[in-house]
Ligand binder design. Structure first.
Ligand code: AMP
Length: 505
């Protein structure tokens, strides 16, 4: 299923309905949204870009993102949405690895790649969209890749998860079945990056003819969200747990109560029980949790609004600490290290099967053989299922750090630091932090100052991946095979934190 067909149908059904807002300003009705996407699709086709070709978007949340995304699908091509927070050098790697034929970017001069780059609003953009719109979206096959999602690989280099039309359809319909109802009166607000989950949720809102609201800030600003929600009403949004926490703090400071917000879907990282309780106290029963990953987008499990709000249920707290039950489109199993299914209560690797599982990573047969076995996607997450089907995550793929809702793979940070001439050895771990969920800490052997290392990182990796703390050590703890013992480093940071607490008490 091509989501551009959903757009075309909604535009025929309700052409005058408001579609895209920038803040409170209406930018496009559904007829305009559809026309613009069809024109972008025509421009791409005129350049010979169609099914099987890839087109990248490296754009902050802005009113152009959705017409471009659906324009790519009008042409039947694959969209490669790239996180706007990445460093241009990281982006150039993805542009090369994805084989993108063209990319939409905000600043052409920041890139050093050999493919056409188009800035929205530029003369080149006007030329692309100046062609006669395509009369209808391309008909795509269910297993055509429509969204190539770049996830950081544990080996350092990002891998492209091929999400097909069938994956995106299953994810969108499961939203209606397992997450929330959507009507034409609703408004999807994009406060999280549209290159990830927030953008994926645009599809079901296009299908149902709802409004799309892009904040003027282009990002996450709690005060702006409260104002927009009060004006637009019936607002739904995706938020990482750290965003929910910041919204609660902002609401408590200002007396806001989330008026106008209908639903906040949270996920992408652990939500602590105390935090979701505080969110419920502040905003009321507006929350639904989802668990997913780039390889099975947004739809492995859901913890329903009713479960989250059911304070009197004897298992309420246990359920709040879980990620809910399998969504309609997912079979979930817990596997032993030998790959055998484990009974309820036993901890093992979480595996998923169903129409939401990606076709595979692009051009990575070895990674695919490791990630998908007999149709089961091995998530790399560890957890257990209760007899009543609730899934609890115990750990992430052991070493990944989730800071401010973004995934950071230590290896990438280590590789960047190791290119500094003063760094002999380095090991990067995450440590719990009340504000960010986790922060990145680098243990460094060598001679350098934190300022110099910060500047070095700023040149190579995205800002959010930069260590928040450096610990200079004489040597790193290692096992008999010479492998660094990260568990010891984490334990040391925890012990330091305990000592600090005791001193503070
Ligand atoms: P990504 O592929 O970038 O979307 O990251 C997916 C990873 O984020 C998952 O494999 C989990 O480790 C983590 N994650 C996603 N949703 C949740 C959730 N609701 N609770 C805890 N961790 C989550």
């Amino acid at each position: 299923m091509n989501p551009a067909l959903w757009l075309a149908r909604t535009a025929i059904r309700t052409p005058e309905a408001p579609a895209i807002f920038h803040g409170t300003d209406l930018v496009l009705t559904y007829a305009g949204f559809d026309r613009q996407s069809a024109a972008i699709g025509a421009g791409l086709c005129a350049r010979g870009i169609g099914p099987g070709e890839r087109v990248a978007l490296f754009l902050p949340n802005s009113p152009e993102v959705l017409p471009i995304l659906f324009g790519i699908w009008y042409a039947g091509a694959t969209a490669v949405p790239i996180n706007a927070k990445l460093h241009p050098k990281e982006v150039d790697y993805i542009l090369g690895a994805s084989g993108a034929r063209l990319a939409f970017v905000v600043d052409k001069t920041a890139h050093d790649v050999d493919l056409p780059l188009i800035e929205p609003g530029s003369g080149a953009f006007a030329a692309l969209t100046g062609t006669d719109p395509l009369p209808a979206p391309a008909v795509t096959a269910p297993d055509d890749t429509l969204w190539l999602f770049y996830t950081s690989g544990t080996t350092g280099k990002p891998k492209g998860a091929c999400q097909t039309g069938a994956n995106l359809t299953a994810m969108s319909l499961a939203y209606l079945a397992d997450v929330d109802r959507v009507t034409a009166g609703d408004a999807a607000l994009y406060a999280a990056p549209m290159s990830h989950g927030a953008g994926l949720y645009a599809l079901v809102h296009v299908l149902m003819g709802a409004r799309h609201v892009i904040p003027r800030s282009g990002g996450f600003d709690p005060a702006e969200i409260f104002t927009l929600a009060a004006q637009h009403r019936d607002v739904s949004m995706f938020a990482a747990p750290t965003m929910v926490k910041r919204m609660v703090a902002a609401a408590r400071d200002t007396g806001a109560d989330g008026d106008g917000i209908k639903t906040i879907v949270y996920g992408g990282g652990p939500m602590y029980v105390a935090d979701i309780k505080a969110a419920l106290d502040t905003f009321g029963p507006k929350f639904v949790q989802i668990y997913g990953q780039g390889e099975a987008p947004m739809s492995i499990t859901a913890l329903s609004r009713a479960d989250i709000a059911d304070r009197h249920h004897p298992d309420w707290e246990r359920r709040l600490a879980s990620v809910g039950r399998a969504q309609s489109v997912a079979a979930v199993a817990i596997l032993s290290p030998e790959g055998e299914p484990l009974p309820a209560g036993k901890v093992g690797e979480i595996a998923v099967k169903g129409p939401i599982v990606m076709k595979g990573y692009l051009d990575s047969p070895e990674a695919n053989a490791q990630a998908i076995r007999d149709g089961w996607l091995l998530t790399g997450d560890v957890g257990h299922l209760d007899p009543d089907g609730y899934l609890t995550l115990h750990d992430r793929a052991k070493d990944m750090v989730v800071s401010g809702g973004s995934n950071i793979y230590p290896r990438e940070v280590e590789e960047a630091l190791l290119t500094h001439p003063g760094v002999t050895e380095v090991s990067v771990v995450g440590t719990p932090d009340p504000e960010w969920g986790e922060i990145v800490v680098a243990f460094v052997v060598g001679r350098a100052t934190p300022e110099a290392l910060d500047a070095h990182c700023a040149d190579r990796i995205a800002r959010f991946k930069k260590p928040k703390r450096y610990v200079f050590v004489g040597e790193l703890p290692k096992n008999n095979y010479g492998k660094v013992l990260k568990t010891e480093l984490r334990a040391r940071l925890r012990a330091d934190m305990e000592q600090e607490k005791e001193r503070g008490a």
